[in-house]
Design a binder for this molecule. Structure first.
Ligand code: OFO
Length: 166
């Protein structure tokens, strides 16, 4: 059985994953209507799908443990961006925020002595290492590219190869 604080914290994480999915869906849609950014668009469509899976895993876990997973309302994310660079800066910032939230959850699971939740959360801890790495690598690449349009062409062409092991 989940304690009240754990249930509330897991439900907040459900909301955060749903917001991540929406945020990345907006990035995918924005990229899709820019000339030549099909790779970036596909990357964020995939990223959005992954966040939905993260959300679903949490929902199923909360309900399995005798809690009640609350489906949150949708908030409109940022839908326009001034550059590809700003999209990826936002991506990294967002993932760092998610990591912080997962860490807080892990901490809470220990203070509540909820070792099943602690064990469940390890998947998210590992996932965040991977997501942060991907976001950092892509930001570094864009730093190298600078204002070089042919560099941006190659970045877009190769982006799906930078996704790590998934
Ligand atoms: Fe759910 O990992 Fe990104 O946000």
């Amino acid at each position: 059985m989940l304690s009240k604080p754990i249930q509330a914290a897991l439900n907040s994480q459900v909301q955060m994953e749903a917001e991540s999915s929406q945020a990345y869906l907006a990035m995918a849609s924005w990229a899709e209507i820019q000339p030549g950014l099909d790779g970036v668009s596909t990357f964020f469509y995939q990223q959005s799908d992954e966040e939905r899976i993260h959300m679903l895993k949490l929902i199923r876990f909360v309900n399995e443990r005798g809690g009640f997973a609350l489906i949150p309302a949708l908030i409109q994310p940022t839908i326009t961006f001034k550059s590809v660079k700003s999209v990826f800066a936002e991506f990294l910032k967002h993932e760092l925020k998610v990591s912080e939230s997962i860490n807080d959850l892990v901490h809470l699971s220990l203070t509540e002595k909820d070792y099943a939740t602690h064990n469940f959360l390890q998947w998210y801890v590992n996932e965040q290492i991977e997501e942060e790495r991907t976001a950092r690598v892509l930001n570094d690449k864009l730093e190298l590219v600078g204002d070089d349009r042919s560099g941006l062409y190659l970045f877009d062409r190769d982006i799906l190869n930078y996704r790590g092991k998934k």
